[in-house]
Design a protein around this ligand. Sequence first.
Ligand SMILES: Nc1ncnc2c1ncn2[C@@H]1O[C@H](COP(=O)(O)OP(=O)(O)OP(=O)(O)O)[C@@H](O)[C@H]1O
Ligand SMILES: [Mg+2]
Length: 325
Amino acid sequence: MQATIEVSGLRKRFGSTLALDGMSFTVQPGQVTGFVGPNGAGKSTTMRVILGLDAADEGKATVDGKPYASLRQPMRVIGSLLDAGALQPSRSARNHLLWLAHSQGLDARRVDQVIEQAGLKGVARRRAGGYSLGMRQRLGIAGAMLGNPAAIMLDEPFNGMDPEGIVWMRGYLRSLAAEGRAVLVSSHLMSELQDTADHLVVVGRGKTIADTTVASLLAEVSGDRVTLRTSARPQATVVLENAGATVVASGQDVLTISGLAAEKVVALLGALAVPFSEVSAHRATLEQAYMELTRQAVEFRPADFDAGPRAGDDGVDGDGQEVPR
Ligand SMILES: Nc1ncnc2c1ncn2[C@@H]1O[C@H](COP(=O)(O)OP(=O)(O)OP(=O)(O)O)[C@@H](O)[C@H]1O
Ligand SMILES: [Mg+2]
């Protein structure tokens, strides 16, 4: 069985907050779809609406063409993990899963299979209240997989995972997609999805900003970058923008542009006697592409976010990567 998750024109208001403002996208079978956006963008609300836990004011969400509430055996169609802390702490992982299987009329033999798949075999008889966040995430995923569902939806499953857990999670999500399942996974860190997602739905302020493949997002938003160090940043900005460059980040004495090759930058600044001490070319990462896309959509930013560089902050981090602002 294959299932598609479809979200179309969702709007949802909580008092004065418009949490969803026309959210629309489709999660295809056989793919990992990364659902990314800043805090408050509406990712969790969208997932709650898909599961019928929140009612949308407008629009609709379906799984396998039907609203979740009308699915006769929902855990066989879509497995989900929204909150890894939603457990009875005194129950062991195994008993938690047995209870869940029983309540849904699922085969109890699945319990040991999903425990094994989630890497919980050694700890399955320990009380879940003593689990670390990463172990709770694994237990939540085991629960989501109990019904052997055609689609799976996980809200920030990388949260609390150690590096080994992150590697495991990436491989596991890929294997679920390879089996033909539709996989929707949210995150605010693009780096977590870089080698995992096939497709990306980037959201901000309750709506879809980009709905694209990882490859085309990189090709579209990135391209080559040139970072230069100059004591005459305003002058350099004018010169380079007049030549067709776009400023993608700037800091004290540092400017990062796209749309102009490094040799061209050197030639232009040299010809117009604009001082500079360093010019370097590099490629944008997926993280940078994401930061550019969502810059306008960040709901919560520190008060000094746009107030220019702080003392000692040259806008370039230790790896020579630009720091978008
Ligand atoms: N039950 C609620 N009551 C009031 N406001 C809510 C409620 N649930 C969500 N919101 C608001 O709706 C907006 C979207 O929240 P949501 O939790 O969906 O974002 P998110 O993308 O999951 O963010 P995060 O990355 O921080 O998890 C936020 O402004 C949030 O404060
Ligand atoms: Mg959330």
